[in-house]
Design a protein around this ligand. Structure first.
Ligand code: SAM
Ligand code: SF4
Length: 345
């Protein structure tokens, strides 16, 4: 397949990063993502096979995608995931292949993922307290997550840590999580709680803003200074503490980065979403199963991306005091594609 001229959307943003969801299932129930008791799951026969995922990934790479991140649901619940990693790692012009996981199953799979060609891994970790973990994620899994982080490091996989900070739940752990990240030689990123998808319990009073996070860091370590962004499309601003530790903050709720967003998302059943907040997506599974040509996919991807003008998080910010959860429960039950755990975060 040959390359085409650089593809930009209606706001001049490139098609840089694809978040590829490999399953909608999850073995945790994080309060900010899956707070409900019941979920509607995607039918298994509708999930893309590894062959289909690879083929679509290749179409996206030809159209200009440079980075792929595997996600979910919990991606390590997808059987034989290292086989998919090996397939994607062989795509020559792909610059980055990464994985975001909750870490519960990581100890079992870290070595195989590394051997398959995974370059780095991000583990979500919101607390170091086992009881609090159970309260926040409704499962007693902190020891396995910590073992997963240790296993990834032991086999040479660089680890990043992601923490969603909820006011009144885990903001008091900002210093302890920073200390832990330093011990683990891992860069930590604090994420603002977003009013997205299945975050049906979202309220603005639960958001710990970037400003409040920086205050907490300053109290523990002294004022952090901002670093210049190397990659304008990176969602996290990076900071350095006076004692030299670098960490990130993803301030998508109070300071959206839509203007530089190069991300799109493919759900595990082949729905392509051009914005995290998009209500609709483009079905790529049907044309794939109908045997459409590579040229057809190029035309489809290019025409959709060139018309993209979404800036969902900026629109949410404009709601100001009227801001609440972005989806109601009935809508989520009718269309699971609206869920964060289906669109991959
Ligand atoms: N299960 C994996 C995990 O937790 O890392 C991958 C999928 S998860 C949907 C991807 C990311 O989305 C996680 O880092 C999670 O913390 C984040 N996330 C989910 N809901 C969120 C919300 N309401 N606000 C901010 N981040 C959220
Ligand atoms: Fe938590 Fe990730 Fe599962 Fe959502 S998909 S409930 S963030 S582990």
């Amino acid at each position: 397949m040959s390359s085409h001229p650089a593809l930009r959307d209606a706001r001049g943003r490139p098609l840089g990063t694809l978040r590829l969801s490999v399953t909608d299932r999850c073995n945790l129930r994080c309060a900010y993502c899956m707070p409900e008791q019941e979920y509607v799951w995607l039918p298994r026969e509708e999930l893309l096979t590894f062959e289909e995922l690879e083929l679509l990934a290749r179409h996206f790479v030809v159209a200009g995608t440079r980075r792929i991140r595997l996600t979910g649901g919990e991606p390590l619940l997808r059987r034989d995931l290292p086989e998919l990693v090996a397939r994607l790692a062989r795509i020559e012009t792909l610059e980055e292949l990464a994985l975001t996981t909750n870490g519960v199953l990581l100890a079992d799979h870290a070595a195989a993922l590394r051997t398959a060609g995974l370059k780095r891994i991000t583990v979500s970790l919101d607390t170091l307290d086992p009881e609090r973990f159970e309260r926040l994620a409704r499962r007693r899994e902190l020891p396995r997550v910590l073992a997963g982080i240790a296993a990834a490091r032991a086999c040479g996989l660089p680890v990043k840590l992601d923490t969603v900070v909820l006011r009144g739940d885990n903001e008091d752990e900002i210093p302890a999580l920073l200390d832990f990240a330093r011990e683990q030689d891992a860069e930590l990123r604090f994420i603002e709680y977003m009013d997205v998808g299945g975050a049906t319990h979202w309220e603005s009073s639960k958001v710990c803003s970037q400003e409040a996070m920086l205050d907490a860091v300053a109290r523990a370590r002294g004022a952090a200074v901002p670093l210049t962004r190397k990659d304008p499309a990176a969602p996290a601003g990076r900071w350095r503490t006076p004692d030299g530790q670098i960490f990130g903050i993803i301030a998508s709720t109070t300071q959206p980065f839509c203007a530089a967003c190069d991300r799109s998302r493919l759900t595990a059943d082949g729905r392509w979403l051009l914005c995290l907040y998009a209500r609709e997506g483009l079905d790529l599974r049907a044309p794939l199963r109908e045997g459409r040509s590579a040229e057809w996919f190029q035309e489809r991807i290019r025409s959709a991306w060139s018309q993209r003008d979404d800036q969902g998080a900026v629109e949410r910010l404009k709601l100001d005091e009227r801001r609440g959860p972005s989806m109601d429960l009935d809508a989520l039950l009718q269309d699971p594609h609206l869920e964060m755990h289906v669109r991959g975060g």
